[in-house]
Design a binder for this molecule. Sequence first.
Ligand code: HEC
Length: 136
Amino acid sequence: MKRGVIFAMVGAVGLVLACTAYEMPEHREGAAIYEQNCAMCHGSDGRGDGEVAAGMSPAPADLTVLARSNGGAFPVSRVLSQVDGYLKGDMAGDDMPEFGVLLEGDLVPVETDDGIMTPTPRPLAALLAYLETIQR
Ligand code: HEC
């Protein structure tokens, strides 16, 4: 193989790596995080019917109607503060699982309701991206 071709290939791989580090995470990344941390209460499809949801008071919210109940716009700030508060342990309800890992990771910009780009840990941003895809 010609040296120029090899350089071009190495360059292309480098470019891809550089881009993935700074781009918004994909919703698939968030789906896995959701399944591990949220589905037991909110249900695999987000409708609030997870395994441990029965008998919980208040009941876990239906996460597929977040946008609908907010006039059609996905309420980024509300979700962020709810999940963040939950991570910090002050969500009303049951025992707190460990969610510290969600607050770790590179910061990526997430546009909150006020239009401000807010640096957000990548796993949390991925989770937001996923929740946005399950709105109905
Ligand atoms: C132990 C059960 C449990 C787990 C685990 C859990 N939640 Fe919740 N969640 C609840 C309950 C209960 C409520 C309703 C709280 C209330 O009304 O005060 C709620 C409410 C919410 C809301 C607010 C909905 C609204 O209408 O504003 C969001 C968003 C949310 N949860 C997201 C998540 C995400 C994302 C995860 C995973 C990181 C998660 N929850 C994990 C029990 C849980």
